[in-house]
Design a protein around this ligand. Structure first.
Ligand SMILES: Nc1ncnc2c1ncn2[C@@H]1O[C@H](COP(=O)(O)OP(=O)(O)OP(=O)(O)O)[C@@H](O)[C@H]1O
Length: 341
């Protein structure tokens, strides 16, 4: 039995024209780490609230450990006890100290255990010594970590995290994201992690769900998602992907018309699959339009025609804007999408 089964869940808020969540189905196993990625307003938070029983579904159902999760219409205190949710706005008690904020979630335990557990949680989140502070005395990132510590206090079976790293600096985010992933794997806690950053999703998840306008577009492992994005929307989440129309490429490569499909479809090519090459080996030639130095390589935007440019990853640090550069790639490495939208 799956830990969580989301079955055809649909939600439309009053006064909204379209459904915030539309016939969404997926399963989650014990200890599995799933990321939910999608553009702003596509229904990620709504889906988390439906899973946790904080919103009523119009259609479909959520089963947690085989039992139906009921919403606020049937519960005085919405929210399932085995599921914890970390909200984007932290939801801390403003007039209580950090210790009180966390201990409220441990109120059923004896004082000595509360104290021990709170030290453990604060240590994990890098906030030892903050027990007596009030939320207003903490930075956004610190408040966010307290919200995480609080959600993990009771070692929930399912942790729902709504962009938990949005207020953290890069150093802290890197530390915390690996701690959370380790914790999930060590304790058998399952997690649904909402993020805008598909690279975070790639590095942390067992499975990634891509959402668009309330619907699931693709559910896949990070490897499959990266190699075979099902639609242009999915591919565009990756900073190194080039999505373009085959017609635009065919116009520049009349000699390749026979090997390129002529149905006006889109294709994609990763920036690392294209190289700047010696002039005699060029497939195409373009002008350097933008240089983005990223440490290990530079991402170079090369304009090939008025409406067609490609991003290329290059280790050449001597390129300059406006320079003419020859590029090549294997036409066989072009990827085509299995779905249109
Ligand atoms: N309580 C509500 N009442 C009415 N409409 C809502 C409510 N909550 C969300 N919506 C609408 O439902 C849609 C989905 O919102 P939701 O917050 O779930 O998206 P999201 O993907 O989490 O967005 P973001 O990434 O910006 O947080 C949006 O159009 C939003 O305006």
């Amino acid at each position: 039995m799956s830990l969580l089964e989301v079955q055809q869940v649909t939600k439309k808020y009053p006064n909204q024209d379209s459904k915030a969540v539309n016939a969404v189905s997926f399963t989650l196993q014990k200890g599995e780490f799933v990321s939910l990625v999608g553009e702003s307003g596509c229904g990620k938070t709504s889906l988390l609230k439906l899973i946790d029983g904080k919103e009523d579904a119009d259609e479909g159902q959520v089963l947690f450990q085989g039992k139906k999760v009921t919403g606020p219409s049937q519960n005085l205190l919405p929210g399932h006890p085995g599921i914890e949710m970390v909200f984007q706005d932290f939801d801390l008690f403003p007039n209580q100290t950090v210790f009180q904020n966390i201990s409220y979630f441990l109120r059923r335990y004896q004082k000595w255990y509360q104290e021990e557990r709170i030290q453990e949680l604060l240590d994990m989140c890098g906030l030892l010594g903050a027990e007596k502070k009030y939320p207003r005395e903490l930075s956004g990132g610190e408040q966010q970590r307290i919200a995480l510590a609080r959600a993990m206090a009771n070692s929930p079976q399912l942790l729902l995290m709504d962009e938990p790293f949005s207020n953290l600096d890069a150093l802290l985010k890197n530390r915390l994201k690996h701690q959370i992933a380790d914790l999930v794997h060590q304790t058998g806690t399952a997690a649904v992690f909402v993020t805008h950053d598909v690279m975070d999703a790639l590095s942390l998840s067992d499975k990634i769900i891509i959402m668009k306008k309330g619907e699931l577009v693709q559910v896949a492992t990070p490897q499959t998602l990266y190699q075979y994005p099902a639609t242009p929307y999915v591919a565009r989440f990756f900073p190194n992907s080039n999505v373009f129309s085959i017609n635009a490429l065919s116009a520049l490569l009349p000699q390749a018309v026979d090997v390129l499909p002529q149905n006006g479809q889109e294709a994609f090519l990763r920036a690392e699959e294209i190289e700047i090459c010696p002039e005699g080996d060029a497939l195409l030639t373009g002008i350097v339009k933008r240089l983005e130095y990223l440490g290990a390589y530079t991402q170079v935007q090369i304009q090939l025609s008025k409406d067609f440019s490609l991003r290329v990853n290059s280790t050449n640090i001597n390129l300059s804007l406006g320079e003419q550069v020859p590029i090549r790639f294997d036409l066989k490495s072009l990827h085509y999408f299995t779905k249109k939208k």
